[in-house]
Design a protein around this ligand. Structure first.
Ligand code: SF4
Ligand code: FES
Length: 388
């Protein structure tokens, strides 16, 4: 049960300069559920998934939407798992729209009907981000371990445009679909997407288990960069392409989440509020729950948000680096997973003492025969793509 009334946020500490945070978050990632019909081997959700019986109620999520709007959040990303697995998605979208939030549905699409999508649009859903595994249906359905998924996604993409909604196609890229990139770009244009995210896999959480099965060679990665550059030029005014490079081949790391506690907060299915979706993998952090504490207080004062906010926590080489307010030392979760200390420089950075050795792993793994996928199945990892 939710212990907070909708107005509780008014009693929270106001957003001001007195804390180590000068601004409200721009975006809130609402992980409505960890349930998902797909079993992608690169799933970015935590290794330990939250069960359906721990999920926030409709009223809880509506309360989160109201508090987010009061806090100054502009965009809500309705995510999962698969957010359309929640039967009350309509109620959550309606409340988010009522309080003036821009709503983005991040979906695999396979559970949607056109009628439901139309209803969501009519209730105020602003944008749809649809993930695809490949343009080759057989390979796509093998990667997601879901029969008929690629065909359904193509249909959903067309519905989104028929309903006159803006569409982003999200295409995670790895060694088992990398040769399809030119056709993925054509697909995005064909279905009328305004934006395409070509995102090389990030090897956290479940994806780390499948790194050797997913890691492309440096040469293959470089080719994708060229293809994207050429397509960006050719498709100016038609399609915006965002390109996320694999950390293993980067010179400097990404500013993960735009910097810890700077612009984005993440609410898990059971209401825990995290600075990033993998933060629960880090030791020594305390996560508040929206059932117990106002969202604004959590953002401003929560121990987990304060821990790596700003730059005071940094060690060398980040501490004295001119890029420290550009990339904020990279990813805390990756730094912990690979070095055992979340305050270390992310090994994705070429200035990290571990970078060379780490990048070598990618070279080695990408040049041997890929092992079978370990599919993400709730409660039971498997190499058998049997469901769907
Ligand atoms: Fe970024 Fe730290 Fe590397 Fe400098 S040393 S580029 S701040 S990760
Ligand atoms: Fe946690 Fe990058 S995923 S900081």
């Amino acid at each position: 049960m939710n212990e907070m009334a909708p107005g509780t946020v008014a009693e929270a500490t106001p957003v001001n300069e007195s804390t180590n945070c000068a601004r409200a978050p721009i975006g809130l990632l609402a992980e409505l559920t960890h349930r998902c019909p797909l079993q992608c081997p690169y799933c970015s959700n935590p290794v330990e998934l939250e069960r359906a019986n721990t999920e926030l109620s409709t009223e809880d999520w509506q309360n989160v939407m109201r508090q987010a709007a009061e806090l100054g959040v502009l965009q809500i990303h309705l995510s999962g798992g698969e957010p359309t697995a929640r039967r009350d998605l309509e109620d959550i979208v309606a409340t988010a729209a009522e309080v003036g939030l821009y709503t983005n549905l991040i979906t695999a699409g396979v559970l949607l009907t056109k009628e439901r999508l139309q209803k969501l649009r009519d209730l105020g859903l602003d944008h749809v981000q649809l993930s695809i595994q490949d343009v080759d249906p057989e390979n796509a359905n093998r990667i997601a371990a879901y029969k008929g998924g690629a065909e359904k996604k193509h249909e959903v993409a067309k519905w989104v445009r028929e309903l006159d909604m803006p569409l982003t196609i999200n295409a995670p890229l790895h060694r088992q679909n990398i040769d399809s990139l030119p056709r993925i770009i054509d697909y995005a244009v064909e279905v009328g997407a305004g934006r395409l995210e070509v995102a090389h896999i990030q090897y956290y959480a479940w994806a780390l288990k499948n790194r050797a099965a997913l890691m492309p060679t440096r040469e293959a990665f470089m080719k994708t960069a060229q293809i994207v550059d050429e397509a960006k030029e050719r498709l100016k005014g038609i399609l915006v392409i965002d390109f996320v490079v694999p950390d293993y081949y980067a010179k400097y790391p990404k500013p993960c989440m735009g910097g810890w506690g700077r612009g984005i907060m993440n609410v898990t299915p059971s209401g825990r509020v995290l600075p990033c979706h993998a933060a629960e993998s880090l030791p020594g952090l305390e996560f508040d729950n929206v059932r117990d504490r106002p969202l604004a207080d959590i953002w401003l004062q929560g121990q987990a948000f304060q821990k790596f906010r700003g730059t005071d926590w940094m060690k060398e080489p980040c501490r004295s680096c001119p890029r420290k307010e550009i990339d904020f030392g990279g990813c805390r979760c990756q730094a912990f997973a690979l070095t055992g200390d979340p305050a270390n420089t992310d090994p994705a950075c070429s200035l990290s003492p571990l970078h060379k050795e780490w990048a070598e792993v990618a070279t080695q793994e990408s040049h041997v025969e890929p092992p079978e996928f370990i599919y993400r199945r709730m409660g039971k990892p498997t190499t058998e793509p049997t469901r769907g």
